[in-house]
Design a protein around this ligand. Structure first.
Ligand SMILES: NC(=O)c1ccc[n+]([C@@H]2O[C@H](COP(=O)([O-])OP(=O)(O)OC[C@H]3O[C@@H](n4cnc5c(N)ncnc54)[C@H](O)[C@@H]3O)[C@@H](O)[C@H]2O)c1
Length: 324
């Protein structure tokens, strides 16, 4: 971010004198600052892939990246939602490719499509993720989500999408970035507070997000030599279809388009998150996560790598045990 981004229009130095000529000059200078502010877009000229970009947090990231000048490829399994977002944002800055991040051929093809269309890849946002089922199969009597009732197939599914999917994204994005003229690039994965603290999600989800934070550090260690930065963002609860479905069914919905989420369900989910939050006042929204991803994707964070930017209002850093 440049200093210009921090200059609110109303603070521009306009009428600090009563002399008419000076007022006019300052007004001209102020409008030049305003134009520069409007022209400076934080991802201007960059090409990005956002996995899981068709809805929820991923959609907010796609919108923020496009708003800031990037051309974005949405890589998702939900074709209807992905194409609808492309139609809303316009085909010049946005396209959709079907990609199941747990299938290497899909990930390779998505990166290939991006490079074929735009000639390069600057930013990969590994956002696609699944929560997995929390409840054990009906009637087995085990504690809900307990380790004693762990479903190995489900555990594997969650790790394949959340961890292997991100690793495959890093692999093919790194190859494309290394081949780009000038090299460099930024890889931003969406992890979770469940990758920082236990008890924030089902076992497989927690394991997958801890692994993703570790993978981020390792990949940053290796790719730094080539000017490629690797970071992650870890959100607290955001009332997306994933979170609303978790409260509806104790699980996310596998594949395809989930049942629509009503405004009432979003409000209930946000109320629950507000109740659990350390920081009182603001409600965490997908746009807040998009802002964090945007910062890590852009050159504003050019010396930040291997970092986990936790967006949780302090939920994982403290517990008010003594009643402060
Ligand atoms: N919502 C939250 O409270 C929250 C909190 C912490 C972390 N996260 C993480 O944020 C990311 C986005 O979550 P969300 O809440 O927006 O979820 P969501 O379910 O609303 O959206 C997920 C998107 O990923 C896509 N997707 C799912 N499986 C995929 C696959 N195999 N390949 C490609 N795309 C796939 C879906 O089609 C969808 O577009 C996830 O990684 C999630 O773990 C969410």
């Amino acid at each position: 971010m440049t200093a210009l981004d921090f200059v609110p229009a109303e603070k521009a130095p306009i009428a600090d004198t009563v002399a008419l000529g000076t007022v006019t000059n300052n007004a001209v200078a102020a409008s030049a600052v305003l134009v520069q502010q409007q022209q400076h877009r934080r991802l201007e000229g960059k090409v990005a892939i956002v996995t899981g970009g068709a809805r929820g947090i991923g959609e907010a990231i796609v919108r923020a990246f496009v708003r800031q000048g990037a051309r974005v490829v949405i890589a998702d399994i939900d074709g209807a939602a992905g194409e609808a977002l492309v139609a809303a944002l316009g085909g010049a800055c946005c396209s959709y490719v079907h990609c199941d991040v747990s299938v290497e051929a899909d990930v390779e093809r998505a990166v290939g499509c991006c490079v074929a269309r735009h000639g390069r890849l600057d930013v990969l946002c590994n956002n696609a993720g699944v929560l997995g089922r929390q409840a054990p199969p009906a009637g087995n009597g085990a504690r809900s989500g307990g380790i004693a009732s762990l479903d190995a197939t489900e555990f594997d599914r969650v790790l394949r999408v959340n961890t292997l999917g991100a690793a495959l994204g890093m692999k093919h994005a790194a190859r494309a970035m290394l081949q780009s003229r000038g090299g460099g690039g930024s890889i931003v994965s969406v992890a979770s507070v469940a990758g920082v603290l236990g008890g924030m999600g089902p076992h497989a989800y927690t394991a997958s997000k801890h692994a993703l934070v570790g993978l981020t550090k390792n990949a940053a260690c290796e790719l730094g030599e080539h000017g490629i930065r690797v970071n992650c963002v870890s959100p607290f609860g955001v009332a997306t279809p994933m979170l609303v479905n978790a409260w509806r069914h104790g699980a996310d919905e596998e594949g395809g388009s989930p049942a629509p989420v009503s405004a009432e369900e979003v409000e209930k989910a946000e109320e629950m998150v507000r109740g659990m939050a350390t920081l009182k006042g603001p409600t965490l929204r997908a746009g807040d996560i998009a802002e964090a991803a945007l910062f890590l994707a852009s050159d504003e964070s050019r010396y930040i790598s291997g970092h986990n930017l936790v967006v949780d209002g302090g939920a994982t850093t403290s517990k008010n045990v003594i009643g402060l």
